[in-house]
Design a binder for this molecule. Structure first.
Ligand code: ATP
Ligand code: MG
Length: 380
């Protein structure tokens, strides 16, 4: 439905977006995720037509739209800084677009009420918007965009001003609405949990480029670059060099006593990278895939010896920090709190073993000199 080809934007001499390639299907919940300043808002502004691209094209349903003015595109935008009409009350702010389109009164009343109920602002319908809190204004801005039922809704961090509980509630309702009306959402966030929960697909951005596009599971379980691996969730990273390459297994040597094995998981989601002995590589393991043990496990799992530095009880799980001379770093392990784990009492300073399955390791070619990543290569 929407196709973005080699889109780039330069301000002065500085490229803030480079070679953006993405396509979004009708009815898809597509998120742009990345740190502050990576170009998310700029990309939305190019899609909506508030800014002209320096390079590239935008196509919608087979027509090129990147030179059309915003009002001739079938998009609605919820801006990061919610632009409401300060002289109108909540109801009139939401009704504005429908009045312009001369929607008849009964339908207008129905749609405005529905949008206000959705954002839980129905009891505030008579309030002047200047008297609302930031989060309340954000909800009115959201209602004002939804009420128009645009083909594509561009949402720039629409929930960022809400407290956690309301935010979670609105996430669920937003997703239900998007599915019910079959709307296409391009949703900007820098909250990784929000992106994982809501999206059909996520584009992870870094310094003006898309590093990876994939389903939440692909992004989390099979990151293609170190940036994606470390930006989403927590990660333990071990740098080493390839020791041995065998059918279905690569082992990595570094400062561990025994080489650490990596195998592709059986779901096929994460094939092994093409590496040869002595290549430098990174082995990454998520904290929840690791176990802390009192005794050394068998040779079928990877294992490092270390000293327990910290035990952090977090309700649903316990986080252990283990410093290991092998691997030369502090490893973070997260284990769910169950009756079985509660029986194992650990002491600070105790000698422990960290173990994980070869299928739970993520292996990436080291980036930098001589080690170009296999994903998008930025222009210029
Ligand atoms: N009009 C402009 N002139 C010059 N530089 C700009 C302009 N607009 C944006 N930039 C720069 O482009 C880069 C990307 O900005 P953008 O607002 O797209 O980031 P973002 O990913 O939305 O960040 P945040 O999460 O903080 O909202 C920033 O370095 C910003 O300073
Ligand atoms: Mg922004």
């Amino acid at each position: 439905m929407l196709e973005v080809k080699s889109l780039g934007k330069k301000y002065d001499q500085h490229w803030v977006l480079k070679e953006i390639q993405m396509s979004v299907s009708s009815g898809e919940f597509f998120s742009l995720l990345g740190p502050s300043g990576c170009g998310k808002t700029t990309l939305l502004r190019l899609l909506a037509g508030f800014e002209d691209p320096t390079t590239g094209e935008v196509w919608q349903d087979g027509s090129r739209i990147d030179r059309l003015p915003p009002h001739r595109r079938q998009f609605n935008t919820v801006f990061q800084r919610y632009a409401l009409f300060p002289h109108l009350n909540v109801w009139e702010n939401v009704a504005f677009g429908l009045r312009m389109k001369k929607v008849e009164t009964r339908e207008l009343t129905e749609r405005v009420s529905e949008a206000l109920v959705l954002v839980q602002m129905d009891t505030f319908f008579e309030r002047e918007v200047s008297t609302l809190s930031g989060g309340q204004q954000q909800r009115v801005a959201l209602a004002r965009a939804i009420v128009n039922r645009p083909k594509i809704l561009l949402l720039d961090e629409p929930l960022s001003a809400l407290d956690l509980k309301l935010r979670r509630q609105m996430q669920v309702e937003l997703l239900a609405l998007q599915r019910r009306l079959n709307l296409t959402f391009i949703f900007v966030t820098h909250d990784q949990e929000e992106a994982l929960t809501l999206s059909d697909r996520i584009a992870v951005m870094n310094s003006g480029v898309i590093e990876q596009i994939g389903t939440p599971q692909e992004i989390y379980e099979s990151p293609k670059t170190e940036f994606v691996a470390e930006f989403i969730g927590s990660m333990n990273t071990f740098a080493g060099s390839v020791h041995e390459v065998r059918e279905g297994e690569i082992s990595l040597a570094g400062c561990s006593k025994k080489p650490l094995a990596v195998r592709p998981p059986s779901d096929g989601l994460r094939p092994l990278p093409r590496l040869t002995p002595l290549d430098s590589a990174k082995l990454m393991v998520r904290p929840e895939k690791l176990k802390v043990l009192k005794t050394q496990p068998g040779p079928e799992v990877n294992c490092l010896e270390g000293v327990l530095k910290e035990i952090l009880y977090q309700g649903a799980m316990t986080r252990f920090l283990v410093s290991s001379r092998e691997g030369g770093l502090t490893w973070m392990v997260e284990q769910p709190n169950t009756a079985a784990t509660a029986k194992k009492i650990f002491q600070l300073g105790e000698r422990v073993f960290i173990s994980w399955l070869p299928e739970d390791g993520i292996l990436l070619r080291s980036q930098g000199i001589g080690g170009q990543s296999e994903s998008n290569s930025p222009l210029g």
